[in-house]
Design a protein around this ligand. Structure first.
Ligand code: FAD
Length: 351
């Protein structure tokens, strides 16, 4: 049954967004396919909604049909291949694999949202991304209306992106992931996590131990949802870490030296083809935006636990959030000449 005028702020982790003209919940893959095909056949705008944890919806809402993914199902075969429906809660799935004695997903513990969205931006944390475990997905191709399996290599997975992100080209119906038998984690690559666990980078530990450590680190950064903590009323990291082509790096390093003094080390990581990835959080902090930096009327602010999360302090509008995002992006551009790009999907609004 479709509902009308549903406030989308009730379905996003930012608690922002105006009403949807129509709202349909799809409780299995067949009704998900039918709901999307109905919209596409009628030429109606459609927004697919998972857990709303990577969505910034405009204050005017969405003039079309919102299809909420609510399909359920989880099965692991004898070879450790997990098949899971798009509407399952991601962290519940991670917890269940660990409890069932499988490793692989533990570094991705605590990421909000649903399974179907995980390949969309190739979710990642603590040195692991979904591309490392993904076998493939079943997709509804919205152009042809056909349902077909697509292997990992057909998804164009990259740093917080895929062929699915910002395209509305297809719907992920289910995801297949290769788990590690024997309850061992993936190699712990992330230095901060290895330090907390007291192991050398590259070590493998019981998946449950790594999961607990990841959750502890994430909680300290406000990156585990908690309704009572406004620092978690966010879309996670608001900006991706900028990746600079080789030719652009010297100019940025000169701008850093001019502003902060020669010899100040800039965190940077090789990103292939001579490119360098910088830390968006570091750039924001050193451009003068500290934790808790407020936006308009104090209704939005940078998280008090992490400069990369833009948060709703309780009574914000999407316009407030975007004003803060613009202020931060302009400050980083002016200080270092680096352009920041938003990580969440912006619906009916723009930076
Ligand atoms: C506190 C917090 C911490 C976070 N930490 C991380 C992190 O560590 N790493 C990380 O990568 N991300 C992180 N995120 C971002 C977010 O949780 C992930 O991107 C998550 O996968 C989004 O899932 P969702 O179901 O909420 O998607 P939604 O926000 O509902 O949707 C996001 C986009 O995916 C599309 N979509 C949703 N479901 C499907 C589907 N089945 N098929 C096709 N398209 C679909 C939507 O239309 C939309 O365009 C964090 C967010 C928050 C709030």
């Amino acid at each position: 049954m479709a509902q009308v005028g549903v406030p989308l702020r009730e379905y996003t982790t930012l608690r922002l967004g105006g009403p949807a003209s129509r709202f349909v919940a799809a409780s299995d893959a067949a009704s998900l396919v039918a709901a999307v095909r109905d919209c596409d056949d009628a030429g109606e705008p459609m927004l697919l909604l998972g857990g709303g944890s990577n969505l910034v919806v405009g204050d005017d809402g969405f003039d079309g049909t919102v299809v909420q993914v609510a399909s359920r199902g989880y099965a692991v075969d004898a070879g450790g291949l997990l098949t899971v429906e798009a509407g399952e809660d991601w962290d519940d799935v991670v917890a269940r694999t660990v409890a069932d004695g499988y490793g692989g997903l533990e570094c991705l513990s605590g990421i909000p949202g649903l399974v179907g969205a995980t390949p969309v931006q190739n979710v990642g944390a603590y040195g692991v991304e979904i591309a490392d475990l993904l076998d493939g997905v079943d997709l509804l191709d919205r152009q042809s209306g056909a349902v077909r399996p697509v292997g990992r290599d057909g998804l164009g997975l990259g740093y917080r992106t895929s062929v699915l992100k910002n395209t509305d080209a297809a719907v992920v119906l289910r995801v297949r992931l290769r788990l590690c038998a024997g309850g061992r984690s993936m190699p712990v690559r992330y230095a901060e996590l290895a330090r907390l666990l007291g192991v050398e980078p590259g070590s493998r530990l019981p998946a449950a131990t790594v999961r607990e450590a990841v959750l502890a680190l994430r909680r300290g950064k406000g990156m585990v949802l908690d309704a009572g903590d406004h620092d978690t009323w966010s879309a996670g990291s608001f900006f991706t870490n900028p990746v600079l082509p080789e030719a652009a790096l010297p100019g940025v390093l000169r701008a850093v030296a001019a502003r902060l003094g020669a010899g100040v080390p800039v965190p940077r990581y090789p990103a292939g083809d001579g490119a360098t990835k910088l830390s968006a959080a570091w750039l924001i902090e050193h451009a003068g935006f500290g934790r808790g930096h407020p936006g308009p009327g104090g209704r939005v602010a940078l998280s008090h636990k992490h400069t990369l999360a833009l948060t709703n302090r309780g009574s914000a509008s999407t316009a407030d959030l975007l004003a803060l995002a613009r202020e931060v992006a302009a400050g980083v551009r002016a200080a270092f000449g680096v352009e920041l790009h938003p990580e969440p999907v912006l619906v009916n609004c723009a930076l």
